[in-house]
Design a binder for this molecule. Sequence first.
Ligand code: ME8
Length: 651
Amino acid sequence: MPETKTFYVTTPIYYPSGHMHIGHTYTTVAADTIARFKKLTGYDTFFLTGTDEHGQKIERRAKEKGVQPKQYIDPIVEETQDMWAMMEIEYNDFIRTTDERHVRVVQDIFKRFYEQGDIYKSEYEGQYCAECEAFWTPSQLKDGNLCPDCGRPTELVREESYFFKMNKYQDWLIDYIENNPGFIQPESRANEMLQNFLRPGLQDLCVSRTSFKWGIQVDFDPKHVVYVWIDALANYISALGYGTGDDTLMQKYWPADVQLVGKEIVRFHVIYWPIMLHALGLPLPKKVFAHGWLLFGNDKMSKSKGNVAYPQPIVRRYGADALRYYLLREMPFGADGNYTNESLITRINSDLANDLGNLVSRTSAMIIKYCGGKVPVPGEYFDVDKTLIQAVEALPVQVETEMDSLQFSRALAHIWRIIGDCNRYIDATQPWVLGKNPDEKERLDTVLYVLAEALRFVAVLLWPYMPATPDKIYGQIGIREAQDKTWDSLAQFGRLTPGAGIERKGALFPRLELDKELEALSEDDATEPNAQEEASAIAPDKGLISMDDFEKLDLRVARVEQCEKVPKSEKLLKFTLSLGTQKRTVVSGIAGSYEPEKLVGTQVVLLSNLAPRKIKGIISEGMILSAASNDDKTLKLLTVESDIEDGAGIS
Ligand code: ME8
């Protein structure tokens, strides 16, 4: 018996500090697609995802809500798992860093590093951003004190810490990266790592903290908790039972074949992670692939900035396969891309409703009309048939080649080229003309057989990307047997069995009206419970605030340049505000008490550094705290809720 080939793929483990959005969905869908593709092509795959549950940010969020960290996280983790089920994600394991199985491994690894002399105790001083869980050097800070990532104020941290001696392994790693060109993908990232971090010399890494408690305790020095990266990165092996005495999964799946990460965390995965593994005497993953960012309004979608889109409203309207297709097709894996509802609807209409959907419905309708609803027996193949058959036979290898370099978009483009070829083949062979002439029956049968068999190839190959769609196609081209749905069944054209019955089904992807959908999606955004919670979660507390809190508020006087009612809303007004050289769009719930025309030219007080939020599909950048009254033009204070909830007016 030949040995089964194995394949291990991972996603980052996400912070459950807030709800997961379509940025996280992007990585998870990509990993799921790779795992499914490898499964289809005969591999024994293991796909791991999970959540990264420790750290100061989560500790603080829980405190704000008045609950224990675990209580705060549990519902978010459950919601994340539900979301993955909704997206048809089939992971083999979901690791949580609070799992006992993980905690033990991290404690053991930490101790081993200490005993080996890789870790030493010292004191740390630096500017820390709790939101991003990152330390910054003075030159990296924005405006003296602000986090360069999220723009929030950083805080000076001075505390006893353990450090990992990164520079001990630096030369080894430079050598490894130079000699293993496939290790870091895209390759440009490898050069960036060498130039920006490795060649200038690695700083030792702070690996424990004493100023917060929500983390894995260092068992030989309990005042310390392990600080994020050793804890987080170890998940990829703790999930395989590393160090537990049962090394079955480690033997089978380690080293990982592909570790997917967003480009902002590639450094941790190709510098700290390899060094940790090397210090443990383990081989490195075969490939770390850094993909680009989904941008929203030309900025990185992120929980801390609040400019996010969620998959739930999209899946509710169009199904998981449509969103999966869009994410995998729209941008080359590795590059950034802007998410818009408009590009999503346009893709669904052109590729799914028109190209694929029409092909399936035309083919099955013609088999029903001309062949009594049964797959016909093909006759002799003509040149026009042979050209299409050859293209179809070449397709599996073309798709596999693109998948080997994780080019989902190009793999799908190959499949869609064949779909286009089939639609052109229908136009060229004109089955409706053949159908009028009984002498052309054999020719007609051949054309329809070729189409149905080509669609079988398409359906089998689509499964990794769009897992629910193939089953909707199979019935419409007379396929029932599992053996006709396999990768091996694509070795030869012509497996489709003549005589098999066709089931007529509704449109695979109904055509959408762009304007109507855009409106519905923006309404959905506003009513999406996640989005609402996100908005209220960042509303200031109604209790007392400290001077430190107050200093974080950036209050500005702004001039109203334009003001109009938000369509279909009783309460909301959309403002264009001028803050000197800057312009802002802000949505405020004060339509009940103000006439928009009368506000133009007046001044308002704006909380200008509130994270942007999406209200009725409009990105609102700040909160109006006070506006001039209609009657006497004196400033009136507005309630905070009025801005968020499309609700009450003026206090
Ligand atoms: O960084 N575009 O967790 P995280 C594309 N816990 N991908 C995005 C994205 C976007 N706009 N936003 C998020 C962490 N992602 C750590 C990781 S791993 C040992 C520890 C995806 O919740 C992308 O994969 O901030 C990114 O790297 C990851 O989510 C960050 O998730």
